[in-house]
Design a protein. Structure first.
Length: 178
């Protein structure tokens, strides 16, 4: 049996920026961002230490690293949102997520990152709810991508990011019959 590494990497497909972002797409993305903490908690709360330390694909992160990555990534995204809402196209700081996933805090129990995700998403959801359509047009400059990104794109991207990593956990649990 051959392993479809591309599917294991991108179980819901790669993120694609739509040509036009609608208010319906933003509303759907907001729902996914708000539900992510509880969806992730349900997916990981009953996993054993051994299961948490299982990579979701060959050569990939463990479930534990993935949970910690989501906390790191979503904290960073929330800060970038606030910068874009309060400054004119600020330049954000990129970071090496693969190196971050191998720092010592990535070995901690997942409860700390689940708590961070819960808190960040509560604040982020409130912020997103308060944004006017013109706020979603605000941008930040991402030097690694060498372009400005609008908050409407970033909102959709992080809704995708949430579902992307949730699918990693769910597909692993299904494959392993957990």
């Amino acid at each position: 049996m051959s392993i479809d590494i591309e599917f294991l990497k991108y179980p819901i497909g790669k993120f694609k920026i739509p040509e036009q972002v609608t208010s319906e797409a933003i509303a759907e993305a907001l729902g996914k961002i708000k539900s992510f903490p509880s969806d992730l908690f349900k997916a990981v709360s009953r996993l054993s230490v051994t299961q948490l330390d299982t990579p979701y694909r060959p050569g990939g992160w463990t479930v534990r690293q993935l949970v910690h990555h989501c906390a790191d990534s979503h904290m960073t995204a929330f800060i970038r949102f606030k910068l874009a809402l309060t400054e004119e196209n600020p330049t954000v700081k990129p970071y090496d997520e693969a190196k971050w996933a191998n720092l010592s805090d990535a070995a901690l129990p997942i409860e700390s990152s689940l708590a961070i995700i819960q808190a960040i998403h509560m604040k982020w959801g409130a912020l997103l709810d308060s944004m006017k359509p013109e706020d979603f047009k605000k941008t930040y400059f991402h030097p690694k991508k060498n372009r400005s990104q609008g908050l409407e794109e970033v909102t959709l991207m992080y809704a995708w990011h949430s579902q992307h990593h949730l699918a990693h956990v769910l597909h692993l649990a299904m494959r392993e019959k957990w």
